[in-house]
Design a protein around this ligand. Structure first.
Ligand code: AQP
Length: 336
């Protein structure tokens, strides 16, 4: 591997979120909260993955707005620019360029096995090649920055495993070029389910009423969604994803917010009804999101600043990506 222009002393993390709609509590507990909690331990790069977003149709004006909204939410949730770079994927062209190189070493059979592709393509009338190729672009995102760790929710685990396979294959064929990354999945909150249907993942792209808890929902909407959440008729508070998915989902949200043990949480709720559970979870969610919302709306008053931050951060980390891209091009015989 050739020398890097900026060798980090700390290990590096890389992760991102698609600007495909309103971020929800699943994005927060599965990804953002852990990025914030661990940010001082690592050198972090957090991306707004707009090129991934366009793998399914987007309204251009909405997409542009969502990119800025996600960037402001990163900061409002507590991402510190002292420890992290925050940038927009399409502002660094090396992502697309490396994805092409990786396409040429990735067997189609590997992509055909991706469960997210199967799920998302089933919802589309016409499936673009980009949706099929999504995990290869994600591999490029991660390995351009020599990331050691990729903190994500459970649904992205398969994609990080694929990234490892692609790296091993590339390094084996063309010589040591990329770091093999590891996935970091939180113990609680890694898979938050829809409140309306606790057997399917909470998703930004679902517009069903009462499906998700959006980070910018006002307190009364958050409370109403939780009070209406689907549970069961067993009247038994237990962590049992198979038989009581709705109750388990609420407990999981509470556990991820409070960082308390299952045992401790069960002690709090045993013998009490679902109404009490829902009310307590609603209070915890509102208390978590209110300060985030306040910071977000303060930032939103000054849109020029967020654009400036995104530009400066992209300019700062672009040389890292370009350096690694050049190494790949050299090893493939495309450059001297
Ligand atoms: N329900 C979830 N529970 C826990 N973590 C979740 N993540 C997403 N949904 C949940 C994590 O959030 C990060 C960003 O996700 P993404 O924007 O890449 O898209 P996604 O995984 O496809 O999530 P969505 O919200 O369902 O978006 P759409 O509807 O646009 O596809 C990732 O770390 C992810 O694991």
């Amino acid at each position: 591997m050739t020398d890097q222009p900026t060798q980090p002393i700390k290990k590096r993390t890389f992760s991102g979120i698609q600007p495909t709609g309103n971020l929800h509590i699943g994005n927060y507990l599965g990804a953002l909260k852990n990025w914030v909690d661990e940010q001082e331990k690592y050198d972090n790069i957090f991306c707004i993955v707009d090129l991934h977003a366009i793998t399914v149709p987007q309204d251009p004006q909405e997409l542009y707005r969502h990119v800025r909204e996600v960037a402001m939410l990163y900061l409002a949730c507590g991402i510190s620019l002292e420890h992290c770079a925050v940038f927009v994927q399409s502002h660094i062209s090396a992502h697309s360029e490396l994805a092409w190189l990786l396409n040429c070493v990735t067997p189609m059979g590997w992509l055909e096995r991706m469960t997210q592709f199967k799920d998302k393509s089933a919802k589309q009338e016409s499936v673009g090649t980009g949706l099929f190729d999504y995990p290869v672009l994600m591999a490029a995102d991660i390995i351009l920055y020599d990331a050691h760790y990729v903190p994500v929710g459970e649904d992205q685990k398969q994609h990080v495993e694929l990234t490892r396979d692609i790296v091993l294959r590339f390094n084996n064929l063309y010589g040591e070029t990329f770091v093999v990354p590891e996935v970091l999945i939180p113990k609680a909150g890694a898979r938050v389910m829809g409140l309306d249907d606790p057997t399917s993942k909470m998703s930004k792209s679902s517009d069903k009423v009462g499906h998700s808890l959006r980070l910018l929902d006002p307190p009364n909407v958050l409370k109403k969604s939780i009070m209406r959440a689907t549970t069961d008729s067993l009247n038994n508070v237990a962590f049992d994803r198979e038989n009581q998915p709705g109750v388990t989902n609420l407990l999981g949200i509470y556990q991820a917010i409070t960082r308390r043990s299952e045992e401790d949480i069960l002690n709090e709720f045993t013998g009490k009804g679902y109404g009490h559970l829902k009310k307590t979870v609603a209070e915890a969610v509102i208390a978590t999101l209110e300060p985030i919302q306040q910071r977000y709306y303060d930032m939103a008053k000054d849109p020029a600043t967020i654009d400036q931050i995104l530009k400066e951060n992209a300019d700062r980390i672009r040389p890292i990506a370009e350096h690694r891209l050049l190494a790949a091009q050299q090893n493939l015989g495309l450059r001297k």
